[in-house]
Each structure stands twice: as structure tokens, then as C-alpha cells.
Write a new protein. Sequence first.
Lengths: 138, 374
Amino acid sequence: MISVWHYLAVAAVLFALGLVGFLTRRNLITMFLSAELMLQGVVINLLAFSRFHANLSGQSFALFVVAVAACEAGLAMALFIALYRRSKSLDATVWQSLRETGVPATIDPERLPASLPELADDPKLPVAGKKPQEAAGV
Amino acid sequence: MNLLAATTSGNAVGQLAAAAVLGALAIFSLLPKPKGRSIAFGVFAAIASAVVLVSWTLRQFGDPAKGTVEQILFWLFAGGACFFATVFVTQRNPARGAIAFAFVIVSVCGLFLLLAAPFLMAATIVIYAGAIIVTFLFVLMLSQSSGSSDENDRSREPMLGSLAGFAFLGLVLFALYLGSPTAAADAGQPTLPLPARPLTAEDRAALLALGEQLREAATAKTKDELHEKTRGLRDAFADRLGFPLATVEDKTLGADRSIPERLSLLVDPNSVSIRKNAEELRTQARATFDAVENLSVKPTATAEELAAATKELAALRESTVLLAARGELPARNVASLGYALYTDYLLAVELAGTILLVATIGAVVIAGRKGAPA
């Protein structure tokens, strides 16, 4: 006897996280993977009910969900290539001229930091072709 | 907000709201932003939200499984999936995000195994491993790795987005709570909104034990031995299947009622068909035991009559075991899934294949360069 409720709760958490990722992130590839995360939540629901009712309808449906997700992945990647060729960016906001009339444009008032902190922490190598003491000015 | 009071008191809705608000705060402060991103506070809020949510789940729904091993595996895979999903959503670097997503897939596949779907587990691993590697290549090809960029270091409406997502989560979990046995017991309703499983684990164990006794009885060599071995069986079948059909007066049928009586309250097609099977088994059992008793009261029994009786007993055992198997998924997952796909869902399989073909053609057309040979 399984408890179907726990699986439904986990699926809801995964779906909510995927929803937040799809709504807030601006990288097209991250948005695509967030949509896949939501699909995984739905598939867990289907399998939990399949196990609970002891028939294979849920598992069959989950297979079709996976098939449609594969189609979606192929088309999304093709669209990313086509969009990247035009704008040289994966930012979804670049395409905001396609938005509905009356919707205000997204403006980014805050400036981005000059460099990533993790890159600033990287070790500095001496210039090639010189001895380390010369490069360090010792 | 007194967090500890919320986790120990009986206020289920307040605890759920606290978990949702904490989760929204955590994701909001973890999402990439040029200003005001606080990883320490975000991690703290995420851990607090997870603790509140797990305690809420344990109190409302109880333990996820009976065995310790299953519980450990469930919490391991569920926790892994949620943790890596959080990392994936809040990760600034898309390549690291893709790796976190791969771990989400692995954890979800563990949950698939716990849900008795080994074929889907293997298929998901294979498909998503390929998909994630392709995604990874796309990230390396298209995303410039040096410096900060608009798409990775900014979020679109982080506050509203996380509030919307966690309001959704809170409402879904609240709906689950309303349908759960705990809430039904709190409200004093005996019936569950979710249909009960037609055959309980006790039913299956009892039916399988009966089948074992029938197999034992079918090996009898003389009519006295047959009489000896089938003595208690008729009563056992009568208890389980209800030979004198009791009138169903009260709607609170306990586990002591027979299988057809309990199923008579359920109207979903699966329960109706299982109930039909149980009633057929009842008819068969009555006929078989009548034949066996007629044989044992006869002064002399020929070898042919004895053989016919044991054959009937063997047939009854087969039906009993088949009825017991109606309560669980079939053990041969791949074979049964293939059978279901190519009998019940044949049209859907063809349509899925067509959609895949169309999607392939569409991807080639969309991604192909205009004017260049394909």
C-alpha cells in the first residue's frame, strides 16, 4: 500500500519550482529546462495514480508525455538556433518587440557588475615567456 | 511569525502558508539580480521552508511508506529532486544549471522506481541524458562565457514570479490537504474523496493463502483425504467472498466485510470489473465445493470422479490467484506496458509517432539556413 499523497506533494514542489524558473529566468535554455521540470512533476503525478489504481493507464500516458517533450525539445533547439542567428543573444527580452500592445517594455535600470565575482577570484597567471620572478617584479 | 509554534500546533493552513512565504522569500533572494542578491539569507529561508513543509507533510499524510528502506529511499530521492531543482532555478551559470537539472532527472527516476515503473525510469534516463548533453552543447556554443550578461545575471520580475509560483504551490498543497484522510477525519466525514483501492493488501494476502490451500487440496489421492483438506476452505471463501450476501445497510463498510460488498459502493470501472470477477469467483467456488461435498458423501468414488474434483479445485485456485493479482501492477512491466500500448492505445501511439516525425521535419526547416543546401 503506497501513500499517494507524498508523491503528489513532491510533484507539486517540482512543478512550482519549474513555474518560478520559467517565469523569472531570461535565458532561453534555462526557460526550456524549467518547462521540462514542470513536465517531470506531472509525470510523477501520473505514475503515482497509476500505482495507486493498479492499472497501466498512467504509465502509458506518461510515455506520451515523454514523446511530446522530445518533440518540444527538438523544436525549441531549432528555434534557439534561428533566434540566436538574428540577435546573437539567448536573452528572451531581446524579442520583447513581439509583446502585446499596451504592455510596458522591460527596462533594466540597474547596471550589471563589471565581472563575475567567481572570475575575479581566479588565480592570476604570469605572462607566458617570462620567468615568474621577472613577471612579479622581484 | 512564530515558526516553531506553527510547526507544533494544529494549524495546518497557517503552517502551509508559512512554508510558501518562506519558499518565495528564499527563491526571491537566491535568483540572480544585479543588486540585493543574498545567498546566505536565501539558503537559510530555503532550509526553513523545507523543514516546515516536511513537518507539515508528515503530520497531514503520515509516513510515506511502511518499510524503513522505502522511507529512506523516498526522502532521499524527493529531497534530492527538490534540492537540485532549487539549485537549477537559481543558478546563474546555465552550464551548471544543466548539470543540476541532470541530478533532478536522476532523483526523479529513483521516484519512478519506487512507483513501480522501471521501463519509464530507463527510458527517462536514456532520453534525458541525450537531451541534457545536447542542451549542454547548446550552452557552450551559444552562451558567451566571459563577463556578465543580461540573460544570466538578471531575472524578470523576481518578486512577482516567486510569489506566483509559491502561491500556486500553497494552493495545490491546500487542495491536497482538503482531500486527504486527515482532513476528512478532522471534519468528521467517514468517506474519502479519493476512491479507495478496490483490493487491500489484506485481501491479496488472504486470497493468495486460499490459493495455496487449494493447491494443497488438489493433490489429494483419496476422497477422504480430499474431504479432510477442503474442510475449512468453504467457510474461508464464504468469509472473503460473502456466500450469504448480506444486505448493505450502513455505508461504513469495514475491513471485515467481503470483497463484493465493499466493492458494491465503488462505481469506477476498475472496481466494477474487479467486483464482477469476485462474484464470478464466488459462483465458481460454490459450485466447486458443492461438487467436492457430493463426492465425499458418496459411499464409493471412482478415480475419474476424484480426478474431476481435483481439476475443479485447480481451476478455482487459478481464479483465486488471478483475483488477488487485480490489486497490484503486473510484475512484467515492459510486457504489460507494451500490451496496453498496442491494444488500448494503438491510435495514440500512431499519433505520437506522427507528431515526432512532423517535429523532426519542422526542426530541420526552422534551423536550416535560408538558401543554403540542407
